[in-house]
Design a protein around this ligand. Structure first.
Ligand code: GLC
Ligand code: MG
Length: 575
């Protein structure tokens, strides 16, 4: 009998892989590190790999499952690493391969998975591939997108009117090759030619290399830009139509990008990258490897990224619904609609993800107000699925104003003193605030590549550890709550209760229900949760409160009359 059940157990173990192996990412907490600004170990004022390794324990402390690092590869840093010169090596500014291996080792000890940023759309113009392509070497000549241009009235012109994301023409003339090359971003970021199968293969090899080194996947950069429309039989492309509401002909939004973004081939490429991931899963075994895809694209396109009945796609197509659409004045109906947009359109069996910040977007505390930071972290951590946090949001860092003279972000530098504030991403990339020591404990050096926030004495990890209802401690409490079965596997019902209150209920048969209730604005509100949710107990218990609450953890309230202070954000549970 005993042997029989043992055999059964063994058999089951064989056929049923553990949750950790196949599904660790389904309820994971992802944390984005911007390596230049996380922690500087060598005093040069720029963060580095050894700095990250030193601070991995902090990621553990806040319950991180996996961290994705913005690019760490060899780069002239024209776009701070998003211009890769060698896809196979580490930039000396960040360290070397040995440092990276040490980072992987430490991460393994702490059970944190390392995810890398993969930039498929372009390389640096200093990449060996581009240099050889420009020289017309047979193997590389079609690695990039080249065209000799048009001649109008005897004057040479770019082949199309296409405008770069960072302003101006997408085409730059190359003297050596006597042709224009395409770049959707900076001239120093030439676009790779995905209509050349050799390029696709070369980039898949890059994925394989890092997976075999021990990373658990990639955040794929700027996916919608990877393909341009196929050229016609003469090798020409069409111009893009104008957006009449924009008058500045250098601005990216001057044109409607129907030929340079979201081409149908892109979806298939994502599926192909997923195949590579699965091929390595087969080869190396162990826990699943994952793809996170960065695409600012229409919802129906994003849903295709997930995969279809014949192909697997990206497990985590970033959900930018909130990040792109919420503003200071958004009401509860708007929040609710945006949450529904993702939940209601996602294919069955897929997992939702929630992204509220990254190194390209203004921080929550600045965009929505510092008194809404805990509320948004509550959304991020109590909605079903995956949370993706940008470094510093957990302690409530805010944008740092940086003058035109000190601005270094190319997106802003390519513009002018009048426009730069709208475009600059420097304010969200300032050094991480570790403590109240000089330079917020980010460096022992005598300067930092971007200024440290002057709020660092109040907003830093060390101080917030000691304050019961600090942003950091509320974040940690929410994180701990995610271990509850209801938060891991439960359903969700989302409702706006009037314009000011957003509420959602997580429920799972046989377990407590949890209700997140957020008062978005400054009126005192009394809400009847029974009017929007079924099966609540008549009394509910406070599980997490923010510093606006008049109540404490473990207090109880009647479900039909929950009193909310201005900007109060709470999690309640059934009793
Ligand atoms: C992505 C990155 C951004 C970068 C751009 C070009 O949008 O997030 O930082 O500038 O791609 O690589
Ligand atoms: Mg350094």
């Amino acid at each position: 009998m005993l042997t029989k059940s043992l055999t059964l157990c063994c058999l089951l173990a064989l056929v049923l892989p553990t949750l950790a192996e196949v599904g660790w990412w389904r309820t994971a907490q992802f944390y984005q590190i911007y390596p230049r600004s996380f922690k500087d170990s060598d005093g040069d004022g720029v963060g580095d790999l050894n700095g990250i390794t030193q601070q991995l324990a902090y990621l553990k402390e806040i319950g991180t499952t996996a961290t994705w690092l913005s690019p760490i590869f060899t780069s002239p840093m024209a776009d701070f690493g998003y211009d890769v010169a060698d896809f196979y090596d580490i930039d000396p500014l960040f360290g070397n391969m040995e440092d990276f291996e040490k980072l992987l080792e430490r991460a393994k000890q702490l059970d944190i998975k390392i995810i890398l940023d993969f930039v498929p759309n372009h390389s640096s113009d200093e990449c060996d591939w581009f240099i050889r392509s420009a020289a017309g070497e047979e193997e590389y000549k079609d690695f990039y997108v080249w065209h000799t241009g048009k001649v109008v009235n005897g004057i040479r012109q770019p082949p199309t009117n296409w405008i770069s994301v960072f302003r101006g023409s997408q085409w730059t003339w190359h003297e050596g090759r006597q042709a224009y090359y395409l770049h959707q971003f900076l001239a120093k970021q030439p676009d790779l030619n995905y209509r050349n199968p050799k390029v696709v293969e070369a980039m898949k090899d890059v994925l394989r290399f890092w997976l075999r080194k021990g990373v658990y996947g990639f955040r794929i950069d700027a996916v919608p830009h990877v393909f341009e429309v196929a050229p016609d039989s003469n090798g020409d492309w069409p111009d893009e139509p104008r957006n009449e509401y924009v008058s500045d002909p250098e601005d990216y939004s001057y044109l409607d990008h129907i030929y340079t973004t979201n081409q149908p081939e892109t979806i298939d490429l994502v599926y192909q990258f997923r195949q590579v991931i699965e091929e390595i899963d087969q080869e190396l075994g162990g826990d699943d490897r994952v793809l996170l895809t960065e695409a600012y694209a229409p919802l129906d396109v994003l849903m295709q990224y997930y995969g279809n009945s014949t192909h697997n796609g990206s497990q985590i197509p970033f959900n930018f619904e909130l990040l792109s659409n919420i503003n200071f004045n958004s009401d509860a109906y708007h929040y609710s609609e945006l949450l529904h947009n993702w939940l209601d359109n996602m294919p069955a069996d897929k997992v939702a993800n929630w992204v509220l910040g990254n190194h390209d977007q203004s921080r929550i505390g600045t965009r929505l107000g510092a008194d809404r930071i805990d509320a948004t972290n509550m959304l991020l951590l109590t909605l079903p699925g995956i949370s993706v946090n940008y470094q510093g949001e957990e302690i409530g860092m805010e944008d740092v104003w940086i003058s035109w003279e000190d601005t270094v972000d190319p997106q802003a530098c390519q513009s002018n003193q009048q426009e730069f504030e709208r475009l600059t991403r420097d304010p969200v990339r300032t050094p991480f605030q570790w403590s109240d020591e000089e330079f917020a404990g980010f460096t022992n050096g005598s300067s930092t590549w971007l200024p440290v926030s002057d709020k660092y004495k109040l907003v830093n990890v060390k101080r917030e550890r000691g304050i019961a209802l600090s942003h950091l401690n509320i974040y940690k409490q929410l994180r701990a709550l995610r271990d509850e079965p209801t938060l891991k596997q439960g359903d969700v019902t989302v409702n706006a209760i009037g314009p000011n209150v957003l509420a959602f209920k997580r429920s799972l048969a046989g377990h407590k229900s949890y209700i997140t209730v957020i008062n978005i604005n400054d009126d005192v509100e009394s809400v009847n949760l029974d009017s929007v949710f079924t099966e609540l107990s008549s009394q509910l218990s406070y599980v997490v409160v923010n510093d606006k609450s008049a109540r404490r953890k473990n207090d109880v309230t009647y479900a039909n009359s929950v009193l909310l202070m201005p900007k109060e954000a709470i999690v309640l549970s059934t009793i």
